[in-house]
Design a protein around this ligand. Structure first.
Ligand code: NDP
Ligand code: 2IT
Length: 447
């Protein structure tokens, strides 16, 4: 088996040698899915995984724009249309200076499996630009978004490819891009998700990824007759996913001790409450300032410059910032401090060695493609509401989100249950996602 996996990865690597994040994501899937393919005749001999690692289409384009001082800037835009076997391409847009082909291909590949797990009919895609929104004025962000959409609009559509937000792309950016798409096409359609409530958005979409990651953790905890009540939770990030993971964890009676950004983390030993979280939301979403401001407002908290929050003892950890933010050393620290549940809000935040350590110590570990699927799931519900030209209530959407997270958990259990009674959620998520997409691909022939 090892030989089959190695020769598969060698072939993929020969085409993608300079894409480390993409190879990391493919390796993780190949190690769990190839043994399943070999054991199941209907998938064997069809080169099905090789077809899945090759994007259906990649678009790269120039994004020129004029900054506030009149200088002309140029960024690089991308859209990876990875797989449309079970529905139109669907996935977020990331605006961050680190964005490159490797990062977007890893995200698009993960999205294919994640979207299949949601139970909704969505293929996988991802896009973005190496644009750094930090410190830019609203007017600069608007001009950038308009220029980005002036090329992207010809590749997307409500039945073709439906982008949404990711790092650096929130309600403001979706608004500017939607406005430009509508102007160019002269059509009001649900071409993007994460829209404002008065112009086609869904209630609970901003909350969905963070809430969903907590709901998934709740399902995992229930397998050990545990809950969030009274638990210590450590969260990284201070953006969309981290904020709503914190909100839901607090609502369920947990103590949220940390938040972070790329400059360091804050530790509030008394825990965040509704008022403190409202302060963080204004700080990050309205004032667009840094997390270290928190300790000026709440002096009992401390700021740890340049550090990650994983050294703070906790029961539950939720990485909600970015890829590879939790390494083997962090995993060892978490486990030795008593952490027994990790629910990933970010995409691929744990390194392969960290994941091995978590498995070896029987930590309840949920990979992002399962635990952060609530965001894209509610995007799918936003698409459904747009098609119906109707809006569901907050409670209706929240209930559907909870049901979907429960179904994803069930799918992970059915493919990831181990002989010793533990659940390998990584294996379960990969195989469950694979089966749905592979069955559709086989039915549709070699296309
Ligand atoms: P935001 O832009 O709202 O927030 C990102 C947060 O992560 C910020 O606090 C940011 O800090 C921090 N961060 C970003 N890059 C780094 C880095 N290189 N090192 C340390 N911290 C970093 O993004 P989201 O909250 O939307 O996304 C967070 C994660 O969740 C990403 O992995 C994303 O792919 C994933 N995700 C998002 C979904 C969504 O619906 N939005 C859905 C599913 C997954 P700083 O401000 O300093 O950059
Ligand atoms: O990684 C993700 O799932 C997202 N950024 C959300 C994608 C979406 O289409 O809502």
């Amino acid at each position: 088996m090892e030989q089959i996996i190695n020769s598969f990865l060698e072939e993929v690597n020969s085409r993608n040698a300079h894409e480390p994040e993409f190879m990391q994501a493919v390796t993780e899937v190949a190690q769990t899915v190839l043994p399943y393919i070999v054991a199941n005749d209907i998938y064997h001999g069809k080169n099905i995984l090789m077809r899945m690692v090759e994007p259906e289409r990649v678009v790269m384009f120039r994004v020129p724009w004029v900054d506030d001082s009149g200088e002309i800037q140029v960024n690089r835009g991308y859209r990876i249309e990875m797989n449309s076997a079970i529905g139109p391409y669907k996935g977020g847009l990331r605006f961050h200076e680190s964005v490159n082909l490797s990062i977007l291909k890893f995200l698009a590949f993960e999205q294919v499996f994640k979207n299949a797990l949601t139970t909704l009919p969505m293929g996988g895609g991802k896009g973005g630009a190496d644009f750094n929104p930090k410190g830019k004025s609203d007017a600069e962000v608007m001009r950038f978004c308009q220029s980005f959409m002036t090329e992207l609009f010809r590749h997307i559509g409500p039945n073709r490819d439906i982008p949404a937000g990711d790092i650096g792309v929130g309600g403001r950016e979706i608004g500017y891009m939607f406005g430009q798409y509508k102007r160019l096409k002269n059509e009001f359609t649900g071409v993007l998700t994460g829209k404002g409530i008065s112009w086609g958005g869904s209630l609970i979409r901003p909350e969905a990824t963070g809430y969903g990651a907590v709901y998934f953790a709740q399902n995992m905890l229930q397998t050990r007759a545990e809950s969030f009540e009274g638990k210590k939770v450590v969260i990284s990030g201070a953006g969309n996913v981290a904020q709503y993971a914190a909100e839901k964890a607090i609502q369920l009676g947990a103590t949220v001790l940390t938040l972070s950004d790329s400059s360091g983390f804050i530790h509030d030993p008394e825990g965040l409450d509704d008022e403190k979280l409202a302060y963080v939301m204004t700080l990050k979403n309205v004032k667009r300032q840094r997390i270290h401001e928190y300790v000026k407002q709440y002096p009992k908290a401390t700021f740890h410059k340049g550090e990650k929050p994983w050294s703070v003892p906790c029961d539950i950890a939720m990485p909600c910032a970015t890829q590879n933010e939790l390494d083997e050393k962090d995993a060892k620290t978490l486990v030795s401090n008593g952490c027994y549940c990790i629910s990933e809000g970010a995409n691929m935040p744990s390194t392969p060695k960290a994941i091995s350590h978590l498995h070896a110590n029987k930590v309840l570990y949920a990979p992002g493609k399962a635990s952060n699927a609530g965001g894209v799931a509610v995007s799918g519900l936003e698409m459904a509401q747009n098609s119906l030209r109707y809006n569901w209530t907050r409670d209706e959407v929240d209930q559907r989100l909870q049901d979907i997270m429960k179904d994803i958990h069930k799918a992970c259990v059915s493919y990831g249950a181990q002989d010793d009674g533990s659940i390998n959620y990584e294996k379960g998520a990969n195989i469950a996602g694979f089966v749905k997409v592979a069955d559709a691909m086989l039915a549709q022939g070699v296309v």
